[in-house]
Design a protein around this ligand. Structure first.
Ligand code: NAI
Length: 516
């Protein structure tokens, strides 16, 4: 029998033994914990020695707690504690074969540190940076041996966020990335490999969610809470985009939006919003200041109450556009709700007219199909109704209020929540998912990482229910393309321009997750 798991011609990468972490704040302490748990000796150094001592004491406390909870044997905790020590000076790190820096996020500081380290450590020592927004190549540029510098990007809190980006700078030796990836796997996290590009994988892929939601709010289509409810109930996000921005705080998230936008030389897909710039200036930072998009009391968001479903009689009959997305499903839903369905080619004089466009706005559909706009409402059926916990209807500027109320009452009659928003093209879920999938596809197009690493990094690093590509495959690349093409027509905005990666797969009926 062959052992398929072991190939004797490929030696496993050389393990790091003597490691050092510089900067012992939130990130450095967590990184030191992981290295010690992976069996490395770790020297912790901080410009503020008291901070390093504090972090080391905290780590010993964490290991003691893990033993108490039965999640780590005493002997292992003792070994981890024995492997960790506090270095009093940089020169004490001369024996290190890996140094990870987690100091202040400033290019000059990181360059200066690595330059200084090169005069202390041996020629084989790998220098890794935990930078989240600077270029690894630019940090390495100050070094004599740029080939030994790589990015090792952890997420906060380090032990719980089970993914680490291993970043190859322009001159980084491939073997160093292989060794770093193995190290990450040794402490039980997933390693994903990224090219040195702005935002790497996770912070780049995360651009679609907040920015598109902000655009929808900025157009007055729906308010913050409605958008959060829709994206949680329809698409399954754990936090709505505005809840998330409140948690991260705008003094962190707005500068990240600006930085990635500018680093990509004003690429429209990443364009930030004037809304967050203004709220940042006004100090409405989020949860930590008690006031963000939501107001916080006792650290809990105060959610505006949803308006009750209008107590009106249901429409006398319903006519469904022959071009509606998921038309058969929509007809079955209406039947299950007990609605009298019209089957003629054109609606009667009194029917509620239901359209379900992808990307297009309800107004355009009504005008092009010569429907009575006063009786026309749209429903978002990008995703199957059965898979969602909320329905979303859109009115157009001419929709009569009695027709809007009757439509809401009908679609809410089985108890499912219904949000009614203004017309915009693409509703909320279509716009936000299409933006996320399109940016994800473009990350693959740019060869920042493999399709598999993209989806893994996004699910673990951002906590989305699906990776952008798996989502695109579930919806169908051709449907995502249709949403984007139509949004581009409605808005004339290049931010909806589909990535070539998406266009080709849509045209060839290939999955987005398939590498090429
Ligand atoms: P922090 O402010 O909590 O800790 C930084 C520590 O570095 C401080 O203890 C400080 O005394 C020390 N320090 C600063 N300059 C130094 C120098 N020249 N030499 C030695 N020690 C120095 O910062 P945090 O949040 O731990 O971030 C550290 C790095 O990790 C930054 O580059 C940041 O961008 C990156 N990062 C942060 C994440 C986060 O969520 N906080 C996530 C991923 C990366």
């Amino acid at each position: 029998m062959f052992d398929m798991t072991h190939n004797p011609t490929i030696p496993s990468p050389e393990k790091f033994q003597e490691t050092a972490v510089i900067g012992s704040g939130a990130m450095g302490a967590g990184i030191a914990q992981m290295l010690a748990q992976a069996g490395c000796r770790v020297a912790l150094f901080d410009a503020n020695p008291a901070q390093a001592e504090k972090a080391a004491a905290q780590l010993r406390g964490i290991w003691a707690k893990l033993v108490e909870k039965g999640r780590m044997p005493q002997a292992q905790a003792d070994d981890c504690a024995a492997r960790l020590n506090v270095a009093q000076s940089l020169s004490a790190l001369a024996q290190a074969d890996l140094v990870v820096e987690a100091i202040v996020e400033r290019l000059d500081a990181k360059q200066g540190l690595f330059k200084q380290l090169e005069s202390i450590v041996g020629p084989q020592c790998v220098l890794a940076t935990n930078t989240s927004s600077l270029s690894v190549t630019a940090i390495a540029a100050a070094c004599q041996h740029q080939e030994r510098v790589a990015g090792l990007h952890f997420f906060n809190p380090v032990p719980l966020m089970k993914v680490v980006e291993v970043i190859a700078g322009l001159h980084t030796q491939a073997a160093i990335c292989t060794r770093l990836s193995q190290l990450v796997r040794d402490f039980g996290h997933a390693a994903v490999t990224a090219q040195d590009t702005p935002g790497f994988i996770v912070n780049h892929a995360g651009r679609g969610y907040g920015t598109e939601a902000l655009r929808i709010v900025g157009e007055g289509v729906a308010d913050f809470a409605t958008i959060d409810r829709i994206l949680k109930d329809q698409a399954g996000f754990k936090l709505g985009p505005f809840e998330l921005m409140d948690l991260t705080a705008l003094d962190v998230s707005h500068p990240v939006m600006e930085s990635i936008y500018h680093q990509y030389f004003e690429e429209p897909r990443y364009r930030p919003s004037a809304i967050t710039a203004q709220r940042l200036a006004g100090g409405a930072l989020g949860r930590k200041t008690g006031q963000g998009f939501y107001r916080y009391e006792n650290n809990s968001a105060i959610w505006p109450v949803e308006a009750p479903v209008p107590a009106v009689s249901l429409p006398s009959s319903v006519w469904v556009s022959p071009r509606a997305a998921r038309r058969a499903e929509l007809l079955a839903l209406l039947k299950s709700l007990g609605a009298p369905i019209e089957t003629a080619a054109r609606p009667s004089e009194s029917a509620l007219i239901v359209v379900a466009p992808l990307g297009f706005d309800v107004t355009t559909v009504a005008a092009v199909d010569q429907l009575d706009a006063g009786r026309t409402v749209g429903i978002d059926l990008l995703l199957s109704d059965a898979a969602t916990q909320r329905r979303v209807l859109a009115t157009n500027p001419a929709t009569r209020s009695d027709m809007r109320d009757a439509a809401q009452a009908l679609f809410a009659s089985d108890g499912k929540p219904v949000s009614v928003i203004r017309d915009s093209g693409g509703f909320v879920t279509q716009r936000v998912l299409a933006a996320i999938i399109n940016i994800g596809a473009d990350i693959c197009q740019q060869r920042v990482c493999t399709p598999a690493d993209l989806d893994l990094a996004v699910t673990l690093g951002l906590g989305y229910p699906k990776g952008p590509l798996a989502w695109g495959d579930a919806i169908g690349p051709a449907n995502v393309l249709e949403v984007l093409f139509n949004l581009q027509t409605v808005y004339g905005d290049p931010r909806y321009r589909p990535s070539p990666w998406l266009r080709r797969r849509g045209a060839l009926s290939l999955s987005l997750t398939q590498p090429d």
